[in-house]
Design a protein around this ligand. Structure first.
Ligand SMILES: [Cu+2]
Length: 98
């Protein structure tokens, strides 16, 4: 019983710290092109070590939800988060930079 409750505690702690990391760890970028119908966005961005990108680059990301792309357009400065889903870099969060 004690083992189970410490496992639950460890799990809760790891979920909590991941949430905090995701919030403070958005990647700076600029929208180059939005392809709403394909659900893809081209982003020029700075280093994203968490994604294994040591230096800045311009690349195409898939949108986790194509509706996210309605909020941004080419030229916008953004902050975004991404992860690899089935080997494809996918934007999971996007917001306009202030
Ligand atoms: Cu990249």
């Amino acid at each position: 019983m004690r083992l189970i409750s410490s496992l639950i505690l460890a799990l809760a702690l790891s979920i909590g710290s991941q949430g905090a990391l995701a919030q403070s760890d958005l990647i700076d970028g600029q929208v180059i092109k939005v392809d709403q119908s394909a659900g893809k966005i081209t982003i020029k961005h700075g280093p994203a070590k968490r994604l294994g990108m040591e230096s800045g680059m311009t690349m195409v990301y898939k949108a986790q939800d194509p509706a996210m792309l309605k909020a941004v357009k080419a030229g916008n400065k953004i902050k975004f988060d991404a992860e690899q889903v089935n080997g494809q870099y996918t934007v999971t969060k996007i917001e306009k930079a202030k």
